[in-house]
Every structure is written in C-alpha cells, then in structure tokens.
Design a protein around this ligand. Structure first.
Ligand code: MLT
Length: 387
C-alpha cells in the first residue's frame, strides 16, 4: 500500500480530457502492467507463467498465490460443480436474437439473462459461477449465431477450455490445435492491470453495488469498442487487406498507409513501451501451430517491417506489436475464421479477471468495507454562472 502522505501524481490542466491516462485512482492486487516488461499476474511475469494453464491462472488472480496440486484439483472440481448450474433456458433467448446483432451484443444479452435467472447477489459466488459457466454461453453464441446447430451438451470435467472447444464443435475444426490455442489465449487475456477500460468500467458499476452480472455487462460493453477489445477483430480484418507475405511489399504497404494517415492496426499501446509479451508468446505459438499459414507469414513480416517504419517517427511512443497484432491470425489458422466473434473470446477470458478485481474491490479492500462509490470530478467548462 502506498504511504498515505506520499504524493503520487501532480494533476495539471494538461491531464484533463485525456481519459485519466496515467492518473492513479486505486490499488489492484491481481495484475500489473510494466511499460517495458508488460503484464504480470500477482507479481509473476506472464512470460514465466503462461503455461500454468487457465484454471491455475484464474486461481492465482483470485487467491493471489499459485495453487498446489491439491488446491488446483479442488478448484477444478468446484468449477465443474458450478458449471452444472448453468441455466440452459438462455438458449431460447439466443435463438430469438437478431443475427445483425454483434456477438458482443449477444454476450451482453446472455450475461443479463444469466443474472436474471441465477444470480445469488453475492459477488464471490456470482463471480465463480460466471467463471465456470461463461464457456457454455459463449459456445452457444458461436453455434446459434453461426448456424452450426444446437448447443452441444457441456462436459465440464474436460477442463475450462477443453470443454469450450468441445462445445464449440467447429465444423471441420482441428480440436487439438484449437484447444492448445484457446488455453493460451484464455490465460493471456485474463487481466491487464486495474485501469483498462473494461475492468475500470466494471469496477465503477460494481461500486454502486450493482451485482456481478450487471458489472460484467458494463465491462463487456466497454470491451466491445474498436479501441479496446474489438481491436482483435479489426486487426485481423486489416491483415487480410495486406494481400502479400513479402516483407518488402509489406514495408511499402505500411509506408503508404502512414502517408495516407491511416492506422497500422495492432501496434502501440496506452501503457506499453516495448513488444507486448502476450504478443511475443503468441508469435512463438504460431511458429508451432501454423507456420505455413499465409496470414501468419504476413503477421510475422509486419512484426519486423511495421516496427522498423514506425520507429523512424520520433513521435511514435510505442512502435511495437500488442496482443491484438497476432491473436486473430492464430484463431483463423485453427479454424475460427469469423473475426466478428474474436472479442467474445477476449470477453470470455477477461470476465474472469474482472470478476476477481470486483471481488477484491467489493469484499476485500479497505478492511472489507470495499471501495467507495466511484465519483470523480469534472471541471465545469463554458458554463458561465447564470444565476
Ligand atoms: C487490455 O488487455 O485490456 C488492453 O491491452 C488494453 C489496456 O491495457 O488498456
């Protein structure tokens, strides 16, 4: 905990309307983001622990220590029991939703429904239930919205991501590769410090004592924006427009886009100032699971050439790839070709981290009193006193 009298940050007018960039507003126990070393889960660099697996990573965020074998087995059994309480009547709702709706809108509709029928009102209980049950909701969204058929019955004993891939039942999919990918994807997207937009929004809504489902709904609305979670969808669509794997042509493509004042998707980050370790891990995974995929080759050349070109501009504070630069490429290579769904996969994972942070803020912080209702100050502008 910071010393109560220590000045952490001097706020000047220049900080106003900058999205609270860099301004401390609270503490966080689950994860932190170092500008150069990237994401850490409870102090462990993600680079060192990403292979612990989804359940152990979630346990770490909840309990602030890695589980022993016995603790992990107990936690998995707990999740299995909770998964069995999933209310499948949500499927009837999903079948009525307009296909024009984005999958993130479907996710929010499903989350709200889950809250209406199964919420307990206890943040810890509801958080654990969401962690255990969300794979069923997201898999059903994929199947119903894609027209792949009815939801496939859950087998939670398989494990969180193994069961998710089983329930997806991707037509013609390679479940072994998809499971390998989803285990990594899920582990890497769980949490990213306390101040990313979806996490912040969810905690803010929970601070008004809205329940876990409403809070996660707010988070997922935040995640759905193209500057946040939907960047993985947009990034893959961007890579699909490049149309070549040749590094020189890719460099020319990047230069042309910059000359046209167009974005290079997947590069840069509000906090990071080096390559995002979540991207580094996924580039390495791509070399294992899809080395010959053309889009993967494009992404690899982009990693080298876009960085080279962006570095030439001293105004670019971070020319390096972030997590979205590569995740969609691997997802399409293992059979999930419709990029519209990518943000729901991000949400599936991120809900677990946000749930852990909401539990901390509501039940643990300030000696159990919880964080006060979020109420920051906006300075009146162009409002001359009229009375
Ligand atoms: C995230 O994982 O939430 C994104 O990298 C955005 C952020 O950290 O602000």
């Amino acid at each position: 905990m910071p010393d109560a009298s220590e000045v952490l940050f001097e706020i000047t007018k220049a900080h106003l309307n900058t999205g609270l960039r860099g301004i401390p507003v609270g503490t966080v126990r689950t994860s932190s983001v170092d500008p150069y070393k990237g994401l850490h889960y409870v102090g462990y660099p993600v680079m060192d622990i990403w292979e612990v697996g989804p359940e152990a990573a979630v346990y770490l965020l909840l309990h602030k220590e890695l589980p022993t074998d016995e603790q992990l087995a107990g936690f998995k059994a707990n999740l299995v029991a909770r998964a069995k309480g999933f209310d499948t009547s949500v499927f009837a709702l999903l079948k009525e939703l307009p296909k024009e709706g984005h999958p993130m809108e479907w996710l929010n509709a499903g989350l709200n429904f889950m809250g209406m029928t199964t919420k307990t009102g206890d943040y810890r209980e509801d958080g654990l239930n969401v962690i255990a049950r969300l794979p069923q909701l997201v898999a059903a969204i994929f199947r119903i919205r894609s027209g792949w058929g009815d939801p496939i019955p859950s087998k939670p004993e398989l494990g969180l991501m193994e069961n998710f891939v089983h329930m997806l039942g991707v037509p013609g999919g390679d479940n072994e590769k998809l499971t390998k990918m989803m285990r990594v994807f899920y582990t890497l997207h769980l949490d990213h410090g306390g101040g990313n937009l979806s996490t912040f929004s969810g905690k803010a809504v929970a601070s008004g004592l809205a329940d876990m489902y409403a809070s996660l709904g707010a988070s997922m609305a935040g995640l759905s924006g193209p500057r946040h979670g939907r960047a993985n969808q947009d990034c893959l669509n961007f890579l699909r427009t490049v149309g070549t794997t040749d590094p020189d042509e890719i460099e020319a493509f990047v230069r042309q886009r910059l000359a046209n004042k167009q974005l290079i998707f997947g590069f840069g980050h509000a906090v990071l100032r080096a390559e995002d370790p979540r991207a580094t891990i996924q580039y390495a995974l791509g070399h294992q699971i899809c080395p010959d995929d053309d889009l993967f080759k494009t992404a690899i050349a982009m990693r080298e050439r876009a960085v080279k070109v962006l570095k030439e501009n001293p105004k670019v504070s971070n020319p390096y790839p972030n997590v979205d630069a590569i995740s969609g490429t691997l997802l399409q290579a293992v059979g999930l070709e419709d990029s519209d769904f990518y943000t729901t996969l991000f949400g599936l994972s991120r809900c677990s981290g946000i749930a852990a942070q909401v539990i901390d803020e509501r039940l643990n912080f300030r000696n159990g009193k919880g964080v006060a209702i979020y109420r920051c100050k906006f300075i009146a502008e162009n409002q001359p006193r009229r009375g």
